[in-house]
Design a protein around this ligand. Structure first.
Ligand code: PXL
Length: 272
């Protein structure tokens, strides 16, 4: 069985973070492992306010040794890293173990916690991790931060930004416009491999319950790469996966709701 690892935060509500990643890996028939970088909790007595508790450096390193050295990984993704040492350790293990299939989800915001997590940390992610990434999966906010282009609100700007991000070392750039581009009737994303741009179009799913969508998408790309798909094929399949997940999304409470990563089973079986 092919083994894959997520280096990411734990979302105690189960919809995002490594919980979303492991569910997605299982859907792709892979053996999932996780190195926890931080624990995110939400307070039901205070409007679902987020807290993030970083895991200490020694504990993170031990998890990475267990998974990379003790087991071995055919592919990896990273999500919320949260600290400088988590960025450095991720870079060191991806390099030392020669991981070719590494997907960087440059998590800079949590839905529900609107502010950027930490601007200096984001710069460190760009410097150390973009050059290692087979695919990077920024949303429009993250695209703006990584490219320095202030207002990424059109396909043209997405392409311009993708070129800049590719120039910083990522081998393939998947800019997720999703439902966020103004005046669109489709969910539009851009894939750039350094030569060609692909415009990926999907159904625009109208739902409030999108918690974990970014985590699930990058995990699905990582899983597709681990299954031997090309970066573009893995991204196209991941977009189908997240679209069916979002079409089957649901509320956990009045604040938050995730997609359903097992929804594609019925789509596959019944050809929906
Ligand atoms: O969706 C971004 C995200 C990533 N990772 C963890 C999270 C969140 C948002 O809540 O909790 C652990």
């Amino acid at each position: 069985m092919t083994k894959v690892i997520t280096i990411a935060g734990s979302d105690a509500s189960g919809g995002a973070g490594l919980e979303a990643d492991l569910k997605t890996f299982a859907e792709y028939g892979l053996y999932g492992m996780a190195a926890v970088t931080a624990i995110a909790t939400m307070d039901p007595d205070n409007g679902w306010a987020h807290s993030v508790f970083p895991v200490d450096e020694g504990a993170l390193r031990s998890q990475l040794v267990t998974a990379f050295k003790g087991v071995g990984a055919g592919a990896a993704k990273s999500g919320m890293l949260g600290t400088f040492y988590a960025v450095d350790l991720t870079a060191a293990f991806i390099k030392t173990y020669g991981i070719q299939h590494y997907v960087l989800d440059p998590v800079m915001v949590c839905k529900g916690a609107d502010e950027a997590l930490n601007p200096e940390l984001n710069a460190n992610v760009a410097d150390k991790l973009l050059p290692l990434a087979e695919v990077v999966t920024p949303n429009l906010f993250e695209t703006s931060q990584l490219s320095g282009i202030r207002d990424v609100s059109s396909i043209e700007k997405m392409k311009e930004a993708a070129r800049i991000i590719h120039g910083k070392g990522a081998r393939n750039v998947f800019v997720k416009g999703g439902a966020k581009l103004p005046n669109q009737s489709k969910a539009l994303d851009i894939f750039f491999d350094g030569k060609n741009f692909e415009l990926l179009e999907g159904d625009l799913v109208s739902t409030r319950w999108t918690h974990g969508a970014g985590c699930t998408t990058s995990a699905a790309i990582c899983a597709g790469l681990a299954r031997g798909l090309s970066p573009l094929e893995a991204t196209v399949l991941a977009k189908k996966f997240i679209t069916s997940s979002l079409k089957n999304s649901f509320a956990l409470n009045s604040w938050v709701g995730p997609g359903n990563p097992s929804a594609w089973r019925k789509d596959r079986l019944f050809g929906a």
